[in-house]
Design a protein around this ligand. Structure first.
Ligand code: PA5
Length: 447
């Protein structure tokens, strides 16, 4: 099956005629994406990527992953935004959110360079003490501040620990093919390098070396992941008819809801392993659509946990929300609820039942309660949490995002807004060349 989209819990909010009206727009957006003749068309490498990827590099990724597995206890993945979210999402989704605590024959994996926290960095440095370490720095531009600082720290840690010659063998770099200082530096230093393709933006890069190397190090089957993505690609790129294409349908439903004032979409998962997948999805949609003063704000929750914190708002707060629920049909694990002779909690009526049955019942109950509270719910059902299914749903959301962005009338493949804070930060930090801006900002802040 792969993936199924159900609109049962949206029907009360959207009329059939609204869907029919939007059909033509969806088909146009689909054609824009397929022909590659619209805004951002130099960043469409991800569309055919699941089949059209560098097979030699793919083999090198597998070889490097085996080398890394054999030579370290701790693998530090340095990157931010699209240069880390996909890998982390995959590892947590397919393996576990507590992957590092599991019994395994693969290294612990930590993510660095995705914040500017002195605490996080020093904690990770101390975790590495006495351990064998390899690192993978991932930065398309090679100049992003957060990973660049972390790279300095871990590079010098490796050199101090192993000496220059051995450190070189433990540093893996994923960056632009030929441009940029990181590529130049890596070639001179002799690090093994992998490519972020020119025509694939960070948030669409999980199926390139950006995601694949860390994912392979975690012991996840990257062939199966690419196969899932390829099957999804063949499905969603083969028809512009709404009735046959669930990615288009998702784009249509969310655009109708947005035009009716539902300007926040909450991606809902029902397992802790969904948390980082939600973060990946938030970047994909937030950075692709939030521009020109438009766009749905992407939020996320993990239920039932967040039903006890955000549940009240979703049920009863401002009615500008809709939810997209990702149901993973087969949890892959069974856990039977024990009988308790004392029955203090009165729950013996579910003793002997599988916990997943209760989780799925909570899902259905919540879908209907939120619906009754005025929240449309799009339901997406995924077979399971295998590498194949992960690749499948990644491609589904990527393709729907491209269509949805074009329907919204924005360029879904740029991110000009990300630069504003960087400019101010450099000016305030005193970066050469930013003197005037720095002075103006300090005056404005009264410092
Ligand atoms: O999606 C994007 O383009 C961004 O999130 C980037 O991935 C992020 O800013 C990191 O950039 P870089 O890979 O150049 O360090």
């Amino acid at each position: 099956m792969g993936l199924k989209l159900t609109d049962t819990f949206v029907k009360g909010f959207i009329g059939n005629e609204e869907v029919s009206c939007m059909k033509a727009q969806a088909e146009t957006a689909y054609m824009q994406l397929m022909r590659g003749d619209s805004q951002g068309n130099d960043y469409l490498g991800w569309v055919k990527l699941p089949e059209n990827y560098d097979k030699d590099e793919f083999s090198r990724i597998k070889i490097a992953a085996e080398k890394i597995k054999k030579s370290c206890d701790v693998f530090v993945v340095i990157g931010i935004g699209g240069s880390y979210l996909g890998a982390r999402a995959a590892i947590e989704f397919v393996k576990s959110p507590i992957y590092n605590n599991l019994k395994k024959d693969t290294p612990d994996i930590y993510f660095a360079g995705n914040n500017i926290s002195p605490t996080a960095l020093s904690e990770l440095v101390s975790i590495c003490e006495g351990k064998d370490v390899c690192i993978n720095v991932i930065s398309k531009s090679g100049t992003t501040t957060e990973p660049a600082i972390a790279f300095r720290v871990f590079k010098s840690m490796l050199v101090d620990k192993y000496g220059e010659a051995e450190a070189v063998k433990r540093i893996f770099v994923t960056t632009d093919k030929c441009r940029g200082t990181l590529k130049e530096f890596s070639d001179k230093a002799g690090y093994e390098t992998f490519v972020v393709p020119d025509d694939v933006g960070g948030r669409f890069s999980v199926l390139t070396a950006v995601g694949l190397l860390p994912i392979a190090v975690a012991g996840i089957d990257i062939d199966a992941m690419m196969k899932g993505a390829a099957d999804a690609m063949n499905k969603y790129t083969s028809s512009s008819f709404l009735e046959e294409n669930e990615a288009l349908k998702y784009a249509v439903l969310r655009n109708i809801l947005y035009r009716k004032g539902k300007c926040t979409e909450i991606l809902v998962g029902y397992e802790p392993y969904a948390l980082m997948f939600n973060e990946w999805w938030k970047q994909l949609y937030g950075e692709s659509e939030g521009k020109d003063k438009k766009g749905i704000f992407p939020a996320s929750v993990v239920f039932s946990t967040d039903l006890h914190s955000l549940g009240q708002y979703i049920q009863d707060g401002q009615r500008n929300l809709f939810e997209t629920v990702v149901k993973v049909c087969d949890p892959g694990t069974s856990f039977i609820i024990p009988n308790d002779p004392a029955n203090v909690d009165g729950l013996n009526f579910i003793a002997g039942k599988d916990l997943d049955f209760v989780n799925k019942t909570a899902m259905l109950a919540t879908l209907m309660a939120h619906n009754d509270g005025g929240v449309p719910n799009i339901l997406i059902e995924l077979d399971d949490r295998t590498a194949y299914s992960f690749g499948y749903i990644v491609y589904f959301f990527e393709f729907a995002c491209g269509v949805s962005g074009y329907m919204l009338g924005v360029n879904p493949f740029n991110q000009p807004g990300v630069e504003a804070y960087k400019k101010n930060m450099f000016a305030l930090l005193g970066k050469p060349g930013y003197e005037k801006e720095g002075e103006a900002l300090r005056k404005r802040a009264g410092i």
